[in-house]
Design a protein. Structure first.
Length: 204
Protein backbone atom coordinates (compact mmCIF):
# COMPACT_ATOMS: atom_id res chain seq x y z
CA UNK A 1 0.00 0.00 0.00
CA UNK A 2 1.08 3.59 -0.45
CA UNK A 3 2.50 5.52 2.48
CA UNK A 4 0.91 8.82 3.44
CA UNK A 5 2.20 11.50 1.09
CA UNK A 6 2.20 15.25 1.46
CA UNK A 7 0.11 17.21 -1.07
CA UNK A 8 3.30 18.20 -2.91
CA UNK A 9 4.57 14.61 -3.04
CA UNK A 10 1.21 13.40 -4.33
CA UNK A 11 1.22 15.99 -7.12
CA UNK A 12 4.83 15.15 -8.00
CA UNK A 13 3.84 11.50 -8.35
CA UNK A 14 1.01 12.42 -10.71
CA UNK A 15 3.29 14.74 -12.70
CA UNK A 16 5.84 12.00 -13.14
CA UNK A 17 3.15 9.60 -14.35
CA UNK A 18 1.83 12.18 -16.78
CA UNK A 19 5.37 12.70 -18.05
CA UNK A 20 5.68 8.99 -18.79
CA UNK A 21 2.33 9.05 -20.59
CA UNK A 22 3.36 12.03 -22.74
CA UNK A 23 6.63 10.34 -23.75
CA UNK A 24 4.91 7.01 -24.51
CA UNK A 25 6.86 5.30 -21.73
CA UNK A 26 4.00 4.44 -19.37
CA UNK A 27 4.92 1.79 -16.80
CA UNK A 28 1.31 0.71 -16.04
CA UNK A 29 2.04 0.19 -12.31
CA UNK A 30 -0.12 -1.71 -9.82
CA UNK A 31 -2.19 -3.53 -12.42
CA UNK A 32 -1.29 -7.16 -11.69
CA UNK A 33 -3.02 -9.95 -9.77
CA UNK A 34 -1.02 -9.43 -6.57
CA UNK A 35 -1.99 -5.75 -6.46
CA UNK A 36 -5.62 -6.70 -7.02
CA UNK A 37 -5.47 -9.22 -4.19
CA UNK A 38 -3.87 -6.72 -1.80
CA UNK A 39 -6.78 -4.33 -2.24
CA UNK A 40 -9.64 -6.71 -1.47
CA UNK A 41 -10.20 -5.39 2.06
CA UNK A 42 -8.73 -1.91 1.99
CA UNK A 43 -7.71 1.05 -0.17
CA UNK A 44 -5.22 3.86 0.34
CA UNK A 45 -5.30 6.21 -2.67
CA UNK A 46 -2.78 9.05 -2.67
CA UNK A 47 -4.96 11.51 -4.62
CA UNK A 48 -8.52 12.11 -5.75
CA UNK A 49 -9.22 13.20 -9.32
CA UNK A 50 -12.45 15.14 -9.83
CA UNK A 51 -12.64 15.36 -13.58
CA UNK A 52 -14.81 15.76 -16.63
CA UNK A 53 -16.53 12.60 -17.88
CA UNK A 54 -15.09 13.04 -21.38
CA UNK A 55 -13.99 9.66 -22.79
CA UNK A 56 -10.59 11.11 -23.69
CA UNK A 57 -9.85 11.99 -20.06
CA UNK A 58 -9.19 8.62 -18.39
CA UNK A 59 -7.31 9.65 -15.25
CA UNK A 60 -5.58 6.33 -14.54
CA UNK A 61 -4.14 6.31 -18.05
CA UNK A 62 -3.01 9.92 -18.39
CA UNK A 63 -1.34 9.84 -14.96
CA UNK A 64 0.01 6.28 -15.41
CA UNK A 65 -1.30 4.85 -12.15
CA UNK A 66 -3.03 1.61 -11.24
CA UNK A 67 -5.50 -0.09 -8.96
CA UNK A 68 -5.95 1.62 -5.62
CA UNK A 69 -3.76 4.62 -6.50
CA UNK A 70 -6.38 7.31 -7.11
CA UNK A 71 -9.98 7.92 -6.11
CA UNK A 72 -11.90 9.16 -9.15
CA UNK A 73 -15.09 11.25 -9.33
CA UNK A 74 -16.35 12.37 -12.76
CA UNK A 75 -19.21 14.46 -14.10
CA UNK A 76 -19.67 16.22 -17.44
CA UNK A 77 -17.84 19.55 -17.21
CA UNK A 78 -16.65 18.56 -13.69
CA UNK A 79 -19.73 20.22 -12.19
CA UNK A 80 -20.30 20.01 -8.45
CA UNK A 81 -23.46 18.58 -6.92
CA UNK A 82 -24.28 17.00 -3.55
CA UNK A 83 -23.12 13.54 -4.62
CA UNK A 84 -19.79 14.96 -5.77
CA UNK A 85 -19.33 16.84 -2.50
CA UNK A 86 -20.13 13.72 -0.52
CA UNK A 87 -17.70 11.64 -2.54
CA UNK A 88 -14.90 14.18 -2.17
CA UNK A 89 -15.55 14.63 1.55
CA UNK A 90 -15.34 10.84 1.92
CA UNK A 91 -11.97 10.82 0.17
CA UNK A 92 -10.63 13.49 2.52
CA UNK A 93 -12.20 12.53 5.86
CA UNK A 94 -12.18 8.72 5.57
CA UNK A 95 -9.41 7.92 3.09
CA UNK A 96 -7.20 10.84 4.20
CA UNK A 97 -6.30 11.75 0.62
CA UNK A 98 -3.82 14.67 0.64
CA UNK A 99 -4.59 16.02 -2.84
CA UNK A 100 -7.72 16.86 -4.83
CA UNK A 101 -7.12 17.47 -8.52
CA UNK A 102 -9.83 19.28 -10.49
CA UNK A 103 -9.27 17.99 -14.01
CA UNK A 104 -10.69 19.86 -16.98
CA UNK A 105 -9.62 19.80 -20.60
CA UNK A 106 -9.49 21.90 -23.72
CA UNK A 107 -12.39 21.80 -26.21
CA UNK A 108 -14.77 20.76 -23.40
CA UNK A 109 -18.23 20.01 -24.80
CA UNK A 110 -20.04 21.03 -21.62
CA UNK A 111 -18.33 24.42 -21.52
CA UNK A 112 -18.93 24.86 -25.26
CA UNK A 113 -22.65 24.12 -24.82
CA UNK A 114 -22.80 26.64 -21.98
CA UNK A 115 -21.09 29.33 -24.03
CA UNK A 116 -23.55 28.71 -26.85
CA UNK A 117 -26.50 28.94 -24.46
CA UNK A 118 -25.23 32.21 -23.01
CA UNK A 119 -24.72 33.59 -26.51
CA UNK A 120 -28.13 32.53 -27.82
CA UNK A 121 -30.11 33.09 -24.62
CA UNK A 122 -31.69 29.64 -24.92
CA UNK A 123 -31.30 26.69 -22.58
CA UNK A 124 -30.92 23.03 -23.61
CA UNK A 125 -33.63 20.51 -22.68
CA UNK A 126 -33.72 17.96 -19.88
CA UNK A 127 -30.99 17.61 -17.30
CA UNK A 128 -28.36 19.02 -19.66
CA UNK A 129 -29.84 22.33 -18.55
CA UNK A 130 -28.62 21.62 -15.01
CA UNK A 131 -25.06 21.22 -16.27
CA UNK A 132 -25.26 24.44 -18.25
CA UNK A 133 -26.66 26.38 -15.30
CA UNK A 134 -23.77 25.24 -13.09
CA UNK A 135 -21.14 26.24 -15.67
CA UNK A 136 -22.76 29.56 -16.64
CA UNK A 137 -21.06 31.65 -13.87
CA UNK A 138 -17.64 30.61 -15.23
CA UNK A 139 -18.60 31.56 -18.78
CA UNK A 140 -20.04 34.91 -17.68
CA UNK A 141 -16.90 35.72 -15.68
CA UNK A 142 -14.73 34.84 -18.68
CA UNK A 143 -16.75 37.08 -20.99
CA UNK A 144 -16.68 39.91 -18.47
CA UNK A 145 -12.88 39.60 -18.41
CA UNK A 146 -12.67 39.69 -22.20
CA UNK A 147 -12.05 35.95 -22.62
CA UNK A 148 -14.12 34.55 -25.49
CA UNK A 149 -12.28 31.36 -26.43
CA UNK A 150 -13.51 28.04 -25.06
CA UNK A 151 -10.17 26.96 -23.62
CA UNK A 152 -9.90 30.19 -21.65
CA UNK A 153 -13.40 29.59 -20.33
CA UNK A 154 -12.42 26.04 -19.37
CA UNK A 155 -9.54 27.38 -17.27
CA UNK A 156 -11.85 29.89 -15.57
CA UNK A 157 -14.31 27.09 -14.86
CA UNK A 158 -11.53 24.97 -13.31
CA UNK A 159 -10.53 27.87 -11.04
CA UNK A 160 -14.13 28.58 -10.02
CA UNK A 161 -14.81 24.88 -9.41
CA UNK A 162 -11.88 24.65 -7.00
CA UNK A 163 -12.98 27.74 -5.10
CA UNK A 164 -16.59 26.58 -5.01
CA UNK A 165 -15.50 23.21 -3.68
CA UNK A 166 -13.63 24.76 -0.77
CA UNK A 167 -16.41 27.27 -0.09
CA UNK A 168 -19.17 24.63 -0.20
CA UNK A 169 -17.57 21.93 1.97
CA UNK A 170 -16.47 22.63 5.53
CA UNK A 171 -14.68 19.28 5.59
CA UNK A 172 -12.56 20.13 2.55
CA UNK A 173 -12.18 23.79 3.48
CA UNK A 174 -10.85 22.87 6.93
CA UNK A 175 -8.42 20.32 5.46
CA UNK A 176 -7.08 22.91 3.02
CA UNK A 177 -6.74 25.48 5.80
CA UNK A 178 -4.78 22.99 7.92
CA UNK A 179 -2.56 22.11 4.96
CA UNK A 180 -3.36 18.40 5.14
CA UNK A 181 -5.09 18.52 1.76
CA UNK A 182 -4.43 20.73 -1.26
CA UNK A 183 -6.76 21.46 -4.17
CA UNK A 184 -5.10 21.96 -7.53
CA UNK A 185 -6.84 22.86 -10.79
CA UNK A 186 -5.45 21.23 -13.91
CA UNK A 187 -6.26 21.50 -17.61
CA UNK A 188 -5.47 18.60 -19.91
CA UNK A 189 -4.25 19.23 -23.46
CA UNK A 190 -5.89 16.65 -25.70
CA UNK A 191 -3.27 16.85 -28.47
CA UNK A 192 -0.19 16.75 -26.20
CA UNK A 193 -1.54 14.59 -23.39
CA UNK A 194 -0.16 17.12 -20.91
CA UNK A 195 -1.78 18.15 -17.62
CA UNK A 196 -0.96 21.78 -16.70
CA UNK A 197 -1.71 23.50 -13.38
CA UNK A 198 -4.01 26.52 -13.67
CA UNK A 199 -4.84 27.11 -10.00
CA UNK A 200 -3.80 26.10 -6.49
CA UNK A 201 -5.71 26.32 -3.22
CA UNK A 202 -3.07 25.70 -0.55
CA UNK A 203 0.45 25.71 -1.97
CA UNK A 204 2.11 22.58 -3.25
Amino acid sequence: MTTQLTPAEAWQKLREGNGRFISASSSHPNQDASRRASLVNTQDPFAVIFGCSDSRLAAEIIFDVGLGDIFVVRTAGQVIDDAVLGSLEYSVSVLNVPLIVILGHDSCGAVTATAQSVESGTMPPGFIRDLVERITPSVLTSRRNGVDDINGMVEEHIRQTGQRLVDSSRVIGDAVEKGTTAVVGVTYRLDEGKADVVSELSSL
